[in-house]
Design a binder for this molecule. Structure first.
Ligand code: X90
Length: 277
């Protein structure tokens, strides 16, 4: 029986060793170009070109066919998507599930709405990989995912919310605050999978302290932490250092954002996925 984990590219993961895995790309579109969020894309070049392009830019989620192709060859699929509240990725994956199960009698697909994105998706995927390795049955893994999602969280620090606001993914009033020079919006993925603003912070140092405080307020006691950054490895390293000082055994992993998160999060930003007790 072949298990597979399929994630959309908002997870920032193209290579996920130890389990059969596929990434389904979202796309970024401007008047000049279409950027496919896969391992062949030069994200720095994309970010620069978009900054220089005036005019409309937007994104599109994977379609049903993209998901179906990624499921191919597997008996049991765990498909994980960006929050259904901000993207159609989850809806496409659900349609693909129905078609795949009909065309492959006995095959099963569980679509996980992360209600989040980026590093919180990675946390869930890492656990699924472990449960597959432990040879747990499909149904049990499905139940464990639902339980686990109660103790995973996403916090972020954003310098600019321009692309989120332009594409109707955040309240324009919130976007305006972030437009002020030196102000960072620290927020979280809400329970229903939307962007929730928590604080306005002046300067990066303050933003990092605020993120760490918010982690502790949410029951963080040194659980797994995954940090994604958009061209801000320095801030990610500082946050890691602060966490390790308080929780020396904490398992922390840092990764760069790929195209979709880089487009919306924009340069300088951090996304932090972590486990609470
Ligand atoms: O379907 C599409 O075109 C994709 C739309 C995605 C829109 C949101 C992307 C957010 C990326 C920004 C900060 C963290 C947000 C937390 C969300 C719950 C990252």
């Amino acid at each position: 029986m072949k298990f597979k984990i399929v994630s959309d590219s908002s997870a920032n993961i193209f290579s996920f060793p130890g389990v059969d895995h596929a990434s389904v790309p979202l796309k970024i579109n401007t008047a000049m170009a279409e950027y496919v969020d896969d391992e062949n894309l030069d994200v720095a070049k994309m970010v620069k070109e978009i900054q220089e392009t005036k005019g409309k830019s937007g994104t599109s989620c994977p379609n049903v066919h993209d998901w179906l192709q990624a499921f191919e060859g597997a008996d049991f699929v765990f498909a994980i998507t960006i929050t259904s509240n901000l993207s159609g990725s989850y809806a496409s994956a659900c349609q693909a599930k129905d078609i795949y199960e009909e065309n492959h009698p006995g095959a099963k697909v569980f679509v996980v709405d992360s209600l989040s994105t980026g590093p919180e998706m990675r946390l869930i995927m890492e656990r699924i990989r472990e449960w597959i390795a432990q040879k747990l049955p499909f149904e049990q893994i499905r139940e464990k995912i639902k339980e686990y999602q109660k103790r995973t969280h996403l916090l972020f620090s954003l310098e600019s919310l321009t692309n989120l606001a332009r594409n109707g993914r955040v309240n324009p009033a919130v976007a305006k605050i972030a437009g002020v020079l030196g102000i960072r919006v620290v927020g979280c993925a809400s329970e229903v999978g939307t962007l929730q603003q928590l604080h306005k912070c002046r300067g990066e140092k303050k933003a990092l302290e605020t993120i760490f405080q918010e982690m502790k307020d949410r029951g963080f006691v040194g659980g797994r932490t995954r940090i994604a950054h958009c061209f801000n490895a320095e801030a990610a390293a500082k946050l890691k250092e602060a966490i390790l000082e308080a929780f020396p055994k904490c398992d922390i992993f840092i990764e760069p954002t790929t195209a979709l998160c880089s487009f919306y999060a924009e340069a300088g930003d951090l996304l932090v996925g972590f486990e609470s007790k």
